[in-house]
Design a protein around this ligand. Structure first.
Ligand SMILES: NC(=O)c1ccc[n+]([C@@H]2O[C@H](COP(=O)([O-])OP(=O)(O)OC[C@H]3O[C@@H](n4cnc5c(N)ncnc54)[C@H](OP(=O)(O)O)[C@@H]3O)[C@@H](O)[C@H]2O)c1
Length: 272
């Protein structure tokens, strides 16, 4: 496993396990399987309705809590409801702290919402804080007006929407670029893209592995989701090979410069 370092010195696994649209009835067993296979980072959200099951798998894993990195996301707007929401999430997951809490999507009161994250961070309930689906303008507003610079922006990023401008902006500001939907939500056109099939054959890897390596080699954190045991194992096995500069450039040419999911509007390219 490779690790990246956040701007507050916290180390984060370059690759974690996503749980979006994972029904709560199967989340605990899948997260437990992932941790057994040596995933050390799990991504959940208030909105996913499975924080409790993620927390249960973490607590029963037998792995020291400080070896695991648990992310959740707020779904509230404003200071008070967000502060309350963080406590409710901790209670629901039965955890003393989250390693990362991010604002899931821009709200009508980003500053107030973010202030709740800052206060929970100062109180030791969160080891790192950040945002998701924030474009450069919204991130810049927090950099200018909040007390603590965000540590991560989690945004849709895959080979068809590489977010190169946003990547440079985040890098310049020492904010980690985290990809959601690294496999394009499993789109068959991405996973069967002939250019990537060729590169995958060269390395005797799957196309999913090449895509995850492409992103992590560029210092982008990834959290692929799967409920297929073969895929769960395969997705973790991406740190024993390197793509060449030419292969990276070839995959860069697949960028279409727009979302394939068309959500949320905050990430329209004009705003970047
Ligand atoms: N912040 C946000 O707004 C936001 C939005 C969306 C997602 N997220 C987070 O990001 C995580 C990842 O995004 P995502 O779940 O939307 O999409 P994703 O990880 O890009 O794709 C998941 C899909 O890919 C398939 N898949 C996974 N590994 C595969 C492999 N090795 N070969 C072939 N197919 C494979 C899965 O099916 P199988 O189960 O059959 O393997 C599933 O259908 C989420 O789970 C969530 O934690 C955050």
């Amino acid at each position: 496993m490779d690790y990246f370092e956040l701007n507050n010195g916290v180390k984060v696994p370059a690759l974690g396990f996503g749980t979006y649209q994972m029904p709560s009835s199967i989340t605990e067993e899948n997260v437990a399987k992932a941790i057994d296979l040596r995933y050390r980072s799990i991504d959940t959200a208030q909105n996913y309705g499975n924080e409790a099951e993620v927390g249960a798998a973490v607590n029963k894993s037998g792995i020291a809590r400080d070896q695991l990195f648990v992310t959740s996301k707020t779904q509230t707007s404003g200071y008070r409801s967000t502060l309350r929401g963080i406590d409710e999430s901790l209670q629901s997951a039965n955890l003393d702290y989250f390693d990362l809490m991010i604002i899931h999507w821009p709200t009508v009161d980003n500053l107030g919402t973010y202030k709740a994250l800052e206060d929970a961070y100062k109180a030791g309930k969160l080891r790192a804080i950040g945002v998701s689906n924030f474009n450069s303008r919204k991130v810049q507003n927090l950099i200018d007006r909040a007390e603590i610079k965000p540590m991560i922006d989690q945004i849709e990023t895959h080979v068809y929407w590489q977010e190169n401008k946003m990547h440079d902006f985040l890098n310049k500001n020492n904010i980690l670029h985290e990809s959601w939907a690294p496999l394009g939500e499993g789109m068959s056109s991405v996973l069967n893209e002939p250019t990537i099939v060729n590169i995958a054959d060269n390395h005797q890897k799957s196309t999913a592995q090449v895509i995850l390596r492409f992103l992590t080699q560029q210092h982008i954190m990834v959290i692929p989701k799967s409920t297929n045991p073969v895929h769960i194992a395969e997705n973790l096995n991406v740190f024993d090979f390197e793509l060449t500069k030419t292969e990276i450039e070839t995959i860069k040419n697949l960028d279409r410069g727009h979302s394939d999911i068309n959500w949320p509007s905050s990430m329209e390219q004009e705003a970047y």
